[in-house]
Design a protein around this ligand. Sequence first.
Ligand code: NAD
Length: 258
Amino acid sequence: MSAGAERRVALVTGAGSGIGLATARRLRGDGWALVAVDLDDERLGAVHELGAGDVVACAADVSTEAGNTRAVAAALERFGRLDGAVLNAGLGTAGPLETQPMDEFDRVLGVNLRGVVLGVRAAAPALRASRGSVVITASISGQYGDPRMWVYNASKGGVLNFARSAAIDLGTDGVRVNAVCPGPIAHTGMTQPLEQLAPDLYEEMRSHVPLARFGEPDEVAAAIAWLLSDDASFVTGIALPVDGGITASTGMMRPGST
Ligand code: NAD
């Protein structure tokens, strides 16, 4: 942001942990004011260190209309504007296609897809006023399938195509909508248990990454910050892989295997 420019305001969902927390830190470093959204005050503990006057912690469930409305209202009440919505909150899950309970399907789709739809709908009027933008944290698991991850794959595939249609519908008002598609990212609530409890699977996933490592939350945050910034002013409707090169591969062979 250039010196003297009006301070911009973003809301970040799932801001208490992992990619959302890294994004909150990155945007604060870039000079944004923030509404940091997560399920409860305990999960939002880490955002308080980001600067009380410039950060509103908002406990809200993004799978509800009321939660999203409250988050946008918090931005307007405290800062008078909203320039960016980072719709990042999400849940992972895995299980057998034929027997995984449909309640689990509803729970995950409720956050990963419905939550994002509600977030865009709630933020759209304020973003129209500021000619702001949305960044959705999808996944490379929305572009392709994974074993036993049909629920997550469906949720992320759905949200990716929603991002494209929202980009078209809001583009005429100058509002951009983009998605990032992370590959395996370390040190998040989603992958930390894997690293600790299933090291063989963690290593198997790492072995499929051309850059030969998990990514870091900061590396996704950097892509999100770029998409929100004026440097991406003619970029809308994209699904940007931040995946160490996984989606460059057909999947037939592991990198380095021949
Ligand atoms: P994380 O568990 O560290 O963070 C997710 C945050 O979302 C948590 O703080 C959680 O409390 C919050 N959240 C969950 N449900 C919510 C709800 N209903 N309302 C408000 N907040 C809610 O995991 P992460 O890896 O940082 O995940 C962030 C996003 O990145 C997710 O959408 C995830 O699907 C996506 N992603 C992660 C990876 C990875 O390897 N970590 C890869 C691809 C995509």
